[in-house]
Design a protein around this ligand. Structure first.
Ligand code: SF4
Length: 298
């Protein structure tokens, strides 16, 4: 491993589940799945504008583990653990140690939600919330359901794509037996990630009545072509998942080599609009520091 890559790996270790490794083409150093998980020497580069907290999450903290960036919605960081370490992750330097996923922190966050009648939707995030055990998540879902003003429970997770067997009976039961409307926002960046096992997991969620959306990140060398984006979004539609957002890369330190010029991103979106039905084209968005909502940029 080159020295820059080793530095990146010591800062944010390589971590990939076997089910994802199996989808990587052996012997292809440019494989779009490999590039997302293997540290590059360029991680040691730190051009101006790339920082540890590029979306200034810390400034939106209501209390440890609970963020509010948008009216009516609150985001709970239930864990710092993920099933994979994506090299471009905007939270790769997030101080998870300061937001431990203890029951005490969760209970305080639930209490804060109970006291704020303006919040209708709770978003579980992380890390990846589905790395937490089902009994703990079931208890949390019950606590949310007892808060009269909450209407929707949204989960931001990459686990159905990383480890599709995680979508098991226990998970489906707490997620769909709650009175809250279940929404799951998955994270897939390339059609090659969406194999038959992932398709089966998504089908189970869909059949259980979960609204499925996808967010992707525009990544140089991974999915920055019209063909790659068309394949991804049409595959998602075939699997019952609506393409929701294509994110411009958040400018996190260590990920500059993934950045695609916004003009190029706009060209890709414009061509997708010509080629695909409108419902298969995600919104091209950017998080801007200090701005409370995502900005549509194409
Ligand atoms: S799954 Fe999401 S939160 Fe986890 S490392 Fe990847 S991008 Fe970051």
């Amino acid at each position: 491993m080159a020295s820059g890559a080793a530095e990146g790996a010591s800062d944010f270790p390589v971590f990939v589940p076997p089910s994802y490794l199996r989808r990587i083409e052996p012997g292809n150093p440019a494989d779009p799945l490999l590039l997302q998980v293997w540290p590059a020497a360029a991680e040691a580069d730190s051009p101006a504008g790339f920082t540890d907290d590029p979306v200034e999450d810390a400034s939106f903290a209501l209390r440890p583990g609970l963020l509010q960036k948008y009216a009516g919605r609150a985001l709970m960081v239930v864990t710092g653990v993920c099933a994979i370490h994506c090299r471009y992750c905007f939270r790769r330097h997030f101080p998870y140690d300061e937001t431990p996923p203890s029951e005490r922190v969760w209970d305080a966050a639930v209490e804060a939600l109970r006291e704020d009648a303006t919040i209708e939707e709770i978003i579980l995030s992380g890390g990846d919330p589905l790395t937490v055990t089902d009994p703990r998540l079931a208890r949390l879902a019950e606590q949310f359901a007892e808060i009269p003003h909450l209407r929707r429970l949204r989960i931001h997770t990459r686990l159905p794509v990383m480890i599709p067997s995680r979508i098991n009976d226990e998970l489906l039961s707490w997620l769909t037996e709650t009175r809250l409307t279940p929404v799951m926002v998955i994270h897939a960046n390339h059609a090659q990630e969406l194999d038959d096992e992932v398709a089966a997991a998504l089908r189970r969620l869909k059949e259980a009545g979960v609204l499925l959306l996808n967010q992707a990140v525009l990544l140089r060398g991974v999915n920055d072509t019209v063909d790659a984006q068309a394949d991804l979004n049409l595959r998602l539609i075939d699997l019952g998942v609506t393409p929701y957002y294509l994110h411009q890369l958040d400018r996190v330190r260590g990920a500059a080599h993934f950045e695609v010029n916004i003009e190029r991103g706009r060209e890709i979106i414009a061509e997708l609009r010509r080629r695909l039905p409108g419902y298969a084209v995600p919104q091209y968005v950017q998080e801007q520091p200090g701005v409370a909502h995502k900005v549509v940029i194409g």
